[in-house]
Design a protein around this ligand. Structure first.
Ligand code: GTP
Ligand code: MG
Ligand code: ZN
Length: 301
């Protein structure tokens, strides 16, 4: 077949799921095609991601087709590995206990990709006080906190409304109720799992990212995870830019270029001491700063 007749047969779509070397691509009319990625992507060091806009050449009959091209990405996350999302929903809940370091690392990643974020405090039926504690901690962090319960249905409508026109991604620890939330919202039948009684954690029921399309709502359910450190290799001086809390204080520290760590005369330290900015956010920032510094130092090794 000549190049030009091949081009005529290509179809544009989005990767909704990937399994091994196979990808499922949904075209605008809702048809789902199974394709494999050509070797050229591997040679170029590009790995197709769920959320990618792609051109494919469909297979004949039962045969799989081929992934021909990946369009430029508007955003690209490492964890969860998704492309082109416009809105990241970070889910926490009372049980399993929230890992706020994970939340902050996800916020940093999203902000560096210009992806908007929101926090969902799920399972509010178990602890109605948690949302306010979280709101207090994030009051100057420029992130909306939504309180919901998939059991009582509280707060779900607001979230659905905010999803219109977006490619959303639902992320967070295993067992916080990401898939349950999507099932309750859209009745899509995503697999869900019990929390282990013994380890009080989720069991990684969702194994890989999957996109669901419901009219103008596109949403990605993703596998739960934890993060031991920031995965992105970044210059430590850029980290503070991901903290809206610090923006208003910029230029008020004794030293130009203060990273608000242990420097004398740091106004972040001062504001934190008198309770004007949330202490926990600053302490976690310093912990993240320390691991960002370590990976930056060893980046060429
Ligand atoms: N009490 C209560 N339990 C909930 C709520 N939402 C989900 N659960 C329970 O939490 C458990 C885990 O839910 P999943 O939806 O599988 O969690 P997940 O975040 O998708 O987990 P992974 O796929 O492993 O990342 C299930 O037993 C749900 O029934 C809620 O609002 N309240
Ligand atoms: Mg799940
Ligand atoms: Zn400072």
């Amino acid at each position: 077949m000549s190049e030009s007749s091949q081009e005529n047969r290509t179809i544009r779509g989005a990767i909704i799921r990937g399994i091994g070397s196979f990808y499922y691509v949904r075209s605008a009319d809702g048809t789902v095609y199974t394709v494999r990625a050509k070797k050229k992507f591997r040679h170029q060091g590009i790995s197709p991601m769920v959320g990618d806009e792609v051109d494919i050449l469909p297979g004949e009959g039962e045969e799989h087709g081929w992934l021909e091209a990946i369009l430029p990405r508007t955003s690209q996350c490492i964890r969860p590995p998704v492309a082109n999302i416009s809105l990241l929903w970070i889910v926490i809940c009372p049980e399993p206990a929230p890992d706020m370091l994970l939340v902050d690392r996800l916020l940093i990643q999203a902000r560096r990709q210009n992806v908007r974020c929101a926090l969902i405090v799920n399972k509010c039926d178990l602890d109605p006080a948690l949302p306010d504690r979280v709101r207090e901690e994030y009051r100057d962090a420029d992130v909306q906190v939504y309180a919901v319960s998939s059991v009582t249905g509280d707060g779900l409508e607001t979230i659905r409304n905010a999803m219109h026109g977006e490619l959303s991604c639902i992320a967070g620890q295993s067992g916080v109720g990401k898939s349950t939330l999507l099932n309750t919202l859209f009745g899509i039948g995503a697999e869900t799992g019990e929390i282990s009684e013994k380890i009080r954690r989720g069991r990684n029921t969702t194994r890989r990212a999957e996109m669901f399309v419901l009219g103008d709502i596109r949403v990605l359910d993703t596998a739960g995870f934890s993060l031991l450190e920031m995965e992105e290799v970044m210059d430590p001086v850029l980290l503070k830019d991901a903290y809206p809390e610090f923006a208003a204080l910029e230029g008020q520290c004794r030293f130009l270029g203060c990273l608000h760590d242990q420097e004398p005369g740091c106004c972040v330290t001062e504001k934190m001491r008198c309770g004007e900015i949330a202490q926990q956010r600053v302490l976690r920032y310093r912990q993240i700063l320390s691991d960002v510094r370590n990976t930056w130092k060893t980046r060429y090794q």
